[in-house]
Ligand binder design. Structure first.
Ligand code: SAM
Length: 213
């Protein structure tokens, strides 16, 4: 997304173009070339200020991470986090995720993360939810057949909608938890929104689904 009245954001992103993909649509099918090692490719949609992707890249150096965030001024925060983490396995994309099939080849992605996606509570806006079937159609194509989607949210209504949407679409629900932080097994990397909501005592819902089984 272009935001012409924030030239400081443009300048900052230009200075850090080793972290930000400059022409993401021309990388379709060839994303491994953006990384120093050829290894599984995980994609976060709506990466926000980047705490999750930076933390995951540090924790899992054997995975290449891509993060899409459409708001340029928010993306600046994500670039800062990845830069501070000094990781080589995270690349960011400043675009809207509505055109995933123009950005990724068939079966190119191993795992998609949807973290605290905008809930769009009004029924007339449900088609904007990142788990609406129009998005699932795209995920199905860009994900490998045994690829996975992990969704985390504090929003019960979005969670229930998403479980139903995944199931109706024929994706296999593998793991569903209604209180992620109760598990306390050390595997979870928190996002900014997750920290904020869990500090207020709200339970965090998570599910993991498999593309085609
Ligand atoms: N994932 C972060 C977290 O958990 O802290 C941010 C959550 S915030 C509620 C949702 C983010 O997704 C926003 O930064 C928004 O700009 C981004 N977003 C929503 N729809 C998007 C889309 N279609 N393409 C790219 N980014 C999107």
């Amino acid at each position: 997304m272009r935001n012409r009245n924030k030239p400081w954001a443009d300048d900052f992103l230009k200075e850090n173009n080793h972290i930000l993909a400059e022409e993401p649509f021309s990388n379709k099918g060839n994303w491994q070339q953006s990384f120093s090692k050829n290894q599984p490719l995980h994609l976060e949609i709506g990466a926000g200020k980047g705490q999750f992707i930076a933390g995951m890249a540090e924790k899992f150096p054997e995975v290449n991470f891509l993060g899409i965030e459409r708001v340029k001024t928010v993306m600046v925060g994500a670039v800062k986090k990845v830069k501070t983490a000094e990781v080589e396995n995270a690349v960011l994309i400043n675009e809207d995720a509505k055109d995933l099939r123009d950005m990724f080849g068939t079966d190119e992605i191993d795992h998609i993360y949807l973290n605290f996606s905008d809930p769009w509570p009004k029924k007339k806006h449900h088609k904007r939810r990142l788990t609406h079937e129009t998005f699932l159609e795209q995920y199905r194509d860009v994900l490998k057949s045994d690829g996975r989607i992990t969704l985390k949210t504090d929003n019960r209504s979005l969670f229930e909608y998403s479980l139903s949407s995944f199931s109706k679409f024929g994706m296999t629900l593998e793991d569903v938890t209604l209180d992620l932080h109760e598990l306390e097994d050390g595997s979870n990397v928190m996002t900014e929104y997750e920290q904020k909501f869990s500090a207020k005592g709200q339970p965090i819902y998570r599910c993991e689904v498999i593309n085609r089984i």
